[in-house]
Write a protein that binds this ligand. Structure first.
Ligand SMILES: Cc1cc2nc3c(=O)[nH]c(=O)nc-3n(C[C@H](O)[C@H](O)[C@H](O)COP(=O)(O)O)c2cc1C
Length: 199
């Protein structure tokens, strides 16, 4: 049976990944791309990967959204219109990178209400794995987004250079995406528009 029928998705799912890394190449970007790929294997997906390395220099100097250049504004619109966001950052000084937060500071306060968000992070070791629960989840809780129950954390030992080599990480990615899809499917069918302006 085609995946579209299994998931009941006839239209492509707009998946937008955001990698908060300041480096290229990047483990966080590799993790984000791998999560996008895992969704694309299971459902019809139209994907977009937004990298801070790409838009960061244009983002960093802006204090207000109306000061942003068109390509950053366009990235923000993609985030706001996505059916699913994969939000991932490296751990810097025990939290997400400053520019990752700066990007989301420009996202409309109510633009992510009810939107599924899969959380991801990479760090040098395991010590800061709770960034997912203690930093990323509250940020998207502020937006009233639907953070998915399973996030994915990876550390340096899960990679050879910038390639994922750990089977344990591969299976965490698989499990997170399998658990996410039914929730994403239900959310894509839900129409929250009647509530806009009342929350
Ligand atoms: C400025 C800086 C601060 C960092 N702080 C932490 C940290 O607090 N905890 C941690 O586990 N790793 C820390 N790291 C390591 C990175 O999180 C880790 O190498 C990450 O996988 C890099 O991701 P990237 O390849 O996507 O840039 C830090 C790295 C840098 C450059």
């Amino acid at each position: 049976m085609p995946v579209a029928n299994v998931m009941g998705m006839s239209n492509s799912l707009r998946v937008v990944g955001v990698s908060g890394s300041l480096h290229e190449p990047s483990k966080t970007t590799a993790l984000t791309a791998s999560l996008i790929g895992a969704f694309a294997e299971r459902a019809p997906v139209e994907s977009r990967l937004i990298e801070i390395t790409d838009i960061g220099p244009n983002l960093a100097g802006a204090l207000r959204r109306d000061q942003l250049p068109a390509r950053v504004e366009e990235a923000l619109t993609a985030i706001e219109e996505a059916d699913l966001i994969i939000a991932a950052s490296p751990v810097y000084r025990a939290t997400f990178t400053g520019l990752f937060k700066h990007l989301f500071d420009f996202v409309g306060q109510y633009a992510l209400v009810g939107k599924p968000v899969l959380l991801g992070a990479t760090g040098g070791g395991e010590r800061h794995a709770l960034i997912i629960e203690h930093q990323l989840r509250p940020l998207f809780g502020f937006f009233q987004a639907l953070t998915l129950p399973l996030g994915v954390y990876a550390s340096d030992t899960d990679f050879d250079g910038y390639t994922i080599t750990s089977e344990a990480l591969e299976s965490r990615i698989d499990q997170a995406v399998s658990r996410a899809l039914p929730i994403v499917d239900r959310s894509a069918r839900a129409d929250l528009s009647e509530y806009v302006g009342t929350w």
